[in-house]
Write a protein that binds this ligand. Structure first.
Ligand code: NI
Length: 177
């Protein structure tokens, strides 16, 4: 089966503000969807993508935070991911989002997280993440609850980014005509 790139929804969009539903049946269609999401993420390029970002309000994320030319790719597919433990240590990363292109800001989150999920075969998995992986998995799980990284910023900064995005979407819409 050939993976297909899907269009990524840009902020602001009501679909990015909604909570996604748990996945209770790992059908072939959902596995294909996960592969499409990986294809879309690598093509962007990005290190994580959540199903609501392509308009599917289901609890599914994909990520690969192995960066650099020498890094071995590690595509991870998570159905129903859940943070089961957080460290007291915090970490600050400059975050971005494929739904908010060209905009970046520092976000502080727990430095280590334990996440449980179902893999593409429906097997339960659990793993501790740190560094960029920890930040990324929290960012993606936030998407499933309708939360964006800009929601962590001060209102003024958030509004500035949203205004830029409205302008960008207007320009993109004009290009399509
Ligand atoms: Ni994002």
């Amino acid at each position: 089966m050939v993976a297909m790139k899907r269009p990524i929804i840009l902020h602001p969009d009501p679909r990015l503000k909604k909570a996604a539903a748990a996945v209770d049946d790992l059908s072939d269609a959902r596995r294909a969807l996960a592969n499409d999401m990986l294809e879309t993420m690598y093509d962007a390029p990005g290190i994580g993508l959540a199903a609501p970002q392509i308009g599917i309000l289901e609890r599914l994320i994909v990520l690969d935070c192995e960066k650099g030319d020498d890094a071995t790719p590690r595509p991870v597919i998570m159905f129903n991911p859940e943070v089961v433990a957080l460290s007291d240590d915090m970490n600050t990363y400059e975050e971005g989002c494929l739904s908010i292109p060209e905009q970046f800001a520092d976000v502080t989150r727990p430095a280590e997280v334990t996440v449980s999920w179902l893999d593409q075969d429906g097997n339960p998995q659990q793993e501790d993440f740190e560094g960029l992986w920890a930040t990324c998995v929290q960012h993606e799980i936030d998407h499933l609850d309708g939360k964006l990284f800009i929601d962590y910023l001060r209102p003024l900064k958030r509004q500035m980014i949203t205004r830029k995005m409205i302008k960008l979407k207007r320009e993109l819409a004009r290009e399509k005509v």
